[in-house]
Design a protein. Structure first.
Length: 65
């Protein structure tokens, strides 16, 4: 596999913030996971949800749960 490695061809990007994974620090019920999934879906359908997401992220960069 070393022959196939091409460092210049590796994808790069911004690290994901801790804000987006704060749910991992909690023991949540199924209904709470459902609510988080619904909120994630709304980020792609509702401008208000997008604004709320960025407001919460700026106020609490380590998470809001």
């Amino acid at each position: 596999m070393a022959e196939l490695h091409c460092e210049e061809d590796e994808p790069t990007g911004e690290p994901v913030s801790r804000f987006d994974f704060d749910f991992e620090f909690y023991s949540l019920q199924a209904s709470e996971y459902k609510e988080l999934i619904y909120e994630e879906i709304m980020l792609y359908h509702e401008e208000v949800a997008v604004q709320r997401y960025f407001e919460q992220k700026s106020v609490s960069p380590d998470g809001v749960l």
